[in-house]
Design a protein around this ligand. Structure first.
Ligand code: CO8
Length: 298
């Protein structure tokens, strides 16, 4: 933690800052200074940290196992937008704690809501804003990823799991169904039968190994190494030319939306468009000259 603190810019929620202030005054001063220098923002339910070209968002409602209350998702979207608009950032990692990535939408917040209220306010519709982010988002999932937590992970582009990660869609036990993509993205990730089993029983969960074998996640690592390992992959992605990375993300995501012929056409147009970038010239010239490419994101 200390190493991370001094090698990166980091923001803490206001409550955490208070603890640091009373405990270690010098630490607190350095922290506030760094925050002022970087212009990083303080949030209530998340922590944000910059590691090189990677933005790291840590969900931080430990007492509620990172249950995704509406305000938490507003903060996640705000942090994501800020990283998306920051040329110095090339990829983002979202993580939780070792016990819980996120135990779902906040049940206490929604239990008394009436249909007309949820409909008129498009309740939790703002979650989908994160799908507009152009830069790659990687999920580092330790512990519970249940309901909306599993859906949040699936809204990310790559999922790495800690060895004790648990993925599930228990909404049916609450008298509802998944509402942020569980019935759609989970099917595409693990197939119809397993997705139906998970969603209809609410109690068939996937452990990390099962999630890996079914293709829901692409790597399983020891819990303590998960964030570093995910950031390492994010750094690799961030070292590529951003236009090609973002167009690759867009093209892959298109495959979930359109028939194959339209997806292939979309892919070819983006491929051709990249010949208008300096990064394409640099990447191919560097290969011919047998040197490492120096992308400028132009
Ligand atoms: N919402 C609110 N609070 C929660 C949630 C949650 N989803 N999950 C856990 N908490 C709280 C508990 O109430 C408890 O608080 P308190 O100490 O005040 O009682 C605290 O976190 C710790 O939880 P537990 O004592 O239950 O911890 P355990 O280790 O015993 O159990 C579990 C951990 C198994 C994860 C258990 O907490 C659990 O089953 N949680 C609920 C999981 C769930 O049902 N998730 C689905 C929620 S519905 C949903 O996500 C729909 C998404 C729709 C999105 C639509 C967008 C458009």
């Amino acid at each position: 933690m200390l190493r991370t603190f001094f090698s990166s810019s980091i923001t803490k929620p206001l409550t955490a800052q208070k603890t640091i202030h009373t405990g270690v005054r010098a630490f607190s001063t350095g922290f506030v200074l760094r925050q002022a220098q970087t212009g990083d923002k303080s949030y209530t339910h998340i922590l944000t940290e910059t590691r090189g070209k990677v933005g790291l968002i840590t969900l931080n409602r430990p007492k509620a196992l990172n249950a995704l209350c509406g305000d938490l998702f507003v903060e996640v979207n705000e942090a994501l937008r800020s990283y998306d608009n920051n040329d110095a950032i090339g990829a983002v990692v979202i993580t939780g704690s070792e016990k819980a990535f996120a135990a779902g939408a906040d049940i206490k917040e929604m239990k008394d809501k009436a249909f007309i209220e949820t409909y008129k306010s498009n309740f939790l519709g703002h979650w989908a804003e994160m799908t507009e982010i152009k830069k790659p988002i990687l999920a580092a999932v330790n512990g519970y990823a249940l309901g909306g937590g599993c859906e949040l992970a699936m809204m990310c582009d790559i999922i790495y799991a800690g060895e004790k990660a648990i993925f599930g869609q228990p909404e049916i036990k609450l008298g509802v169904i998944p509402g942020a993509g569980g019935t759609q993205r989970l099917v595409k990730a693990v197939g119809k039968s397993k997705a139906m089993e998970m969603i209809l029983t609410g109690s068939v969960n996937l452990n990390a190994t099962e999630a890996l074998s079914l293709g829901l996640v692409s790597k399983v690592v020891p819990a303590a190494e998960l964030v570093d390992e995910t950031v390492k992959t994010a750094e690799k992605i961030a070292s590529m030319g951003q236009p090609s990375v973002q167009m690759a993300k867009e093209a892959v995501n298109k495959s979930f939306e359109v028939p194959l012929s339209a997806g292939l056409r979309w892919e070819r147009i983006l491929f051709q468009a990249l010949f208008g970038t300096a990064d394409q010239k640099e990447g191919m010239t560097a290969f011919v000259e047998k040197r490492k490419a120096n992308f400028t994101n132009q």
